[in-house]
Ligand binder design. Sequence first.
Ligand code: H79
Length: 587
Amino acid sequence: MRAVDISAVKIPSRRPASGRDDLSWWREARLGLFIHWGLYAIPAGVWHGKRVPYTGEWVMWREKIPFATYSRLARRFHPRHWDAAGIVRLAKEAGMGYLVITAKHHDGFAMYRSDASPYNVVDATPWHHDPLADLARECRRGGIRLCFYYSQDLDWQHPDGAWNDWDYPGKKDPDRYLREKVFPQLTELLTRYGPIGMIWFDTPLTLSRPRSAAIRRLVKRLQPRCLVSGRIGHGLGDYSLPRDNFLPPGRLEGDWETCATLNHTWGFKRHDHEWKSAANLITTLVDLTSKGCNYLLNIGPDADGRVPAPSVARLRAMGAWLRVNGIAIRGAAPSPFRNDFPWGRITTRGRTLYFHFFGQPPRWFRLHGLLSRVRRITALAGSRKAFPFRQMVEPATGTPILAINFTGARRTKPVTVIAVELAGLSRVETLALQQPDETITLIGPMARVGTTAKQPAMRMGGNGLSENWRNTADFLEWRFTVLHPGTYEVAVVTTHQHLEPWSGGHTLRVECAGSTLRGVTRRDALLPGLRSAYYPQIASRFGSLTFTRAGDFQLRLQADKLKLLKKNKTLFSDGGIQLSEIRLTRA
Ligand code: H79
């Protein structure tokens, strides 16, 4: 077998060859605390006695509440239970390295003392208090990096801010908004609270590239080491962000961060009781770490400043697991393999690989594709007893196989971590390999984009999903290794953001091993798993393929007929097929 890298378009990483840079604290942290807190915590998802759909902090926009009405909420903002020290303690207990608080969300209300706008928590509320100053002090004491969320584009208070057209119809002057509000407020945030880890910009929808670049320049001039989140827009961030609550189909290139909620809302909502389990959160942290993605997990304190008890319990449970297994997460690097495994995930630290098992490690375990020599295998929790193992080469395909005997391994719920010490840095096969459970998964990030036209219009997005797949000339191609000849069922898995329409009904063809399969992307099955919660993984059956020999094969996926509908197009999606993977399972 030849180890050929056919991985997708690479997102250039800003990591300098020398190693440490401004992102190193953020990469090491892996896990951060997001805090959405503002006037929207008062209605808490209810307006005029009616439950408002979508997340709590969007209530003003959803209900088109006039500024004159919404701003009166400030007179009722007097949080008697605000406890900045308690929140920083919670972040530390949870094993988090940084904290991002909403200094100003889309509603335009500054949650700190601002001279640039009287619409702020000190001047406009009976509390007359600056909670960001409290957090700055407590973060400094606690060794947590303090970061500020700042909505640079959407602002429903300023007449020239984006997206309030019920109070301010007509043309807007974004430069006046930047000059009067964004630049002065960012200057305040970056000069009055000590060193700031990052400004977390969000929702870039209307600002031009030169304007976003000017915002970035201001941040870097005031605090050169302060990071800028990817949602500054126009690719100007120091790292990238997928959509909210998104879990990528495989390891990504470069630096990423998924921000996510513990229930469904960001700002407090009194009726949102659908909490993710601690097991879900820990498993997701492992999944994201293995893919080179930070995890920024949100709490939404209520109008009194209290953190909902279910949030506290879940963050503490994460901390308890991290106290035993944190070495495999914090400061750990992603998996050397691009793909997930049916049994769990892998993270790395130097010469050690950490195998994260989502269930009981099987008595006889096999890993395909590890080229490096293994020295020693032990569990992170419990006894230091080494597990016996063997390394061999599968003769038909040359696939390296590591076999481990996990007899007596103790399970740590929800994820059991095994340390695999190597003789050197890890080296792995880069082709997709058939797994010991017989499945073959071809993920988007491992595909090559090709075309029969001059240039492909499609690309493999940085988030691991296909983008702009809108013509029949473009195709995706994978190379992979089959270990066991036989007949395999083919499923094409596509996805979409759960609140937005799915782009389905396309006629595609799969060409592989001398056969051509034609099928239509239909909802034949919804794959179980964490990714499906916000991005349903929709499997369409395409029939079966037969491999008469073991070895390397190529599979091409191309459209015969696309059914592109305008209604599939949204603010965030181009309406084309969002492919996440192809699955081959034993017939
Ligand atoms: O701060 C949190 C959210 O308020 C913010 N990002 C996280 C971190 C955010 N949520 N959604 N958005 C940004 C994007 C807006 C989506 C919209 Fe819509 C799509 C607005 C209009 C169409 C969702 C669907 C809201 C209304 C309809």
